[in-house]
Design a binder for this molecule. Sequence first.
Ligand SMILES: [Zn+2]
Length: 83
Amino acid sequence: MRVKCPHCRYYGAVRDSEEISEITGMAIYRCGNDDCGHVYEVGFEVVATISPSAMPNPTVRLPIRKRLCNCQRPPRQTKKAKN
Ligand SMILES: [Zn+2]
């Protein structure tokens, strides 16, 4: 997961990560800007199912959602015939 440094807005790189549960975790990032050098902790969580698993874990319950609008491709445009 790409996460930008909150100070200089460069992307950081994961240095370490830890699973907290089936759907949550923490990761330590180091900013990719050597002039910044910020090291920061990021929490992450699986928040929804977009396409169901073929091997579902019965202890994992997630809401089913459509993809976010900005993740979808724009609708295909068809060319209009010229008269
Ligand atoms: Zn930075």
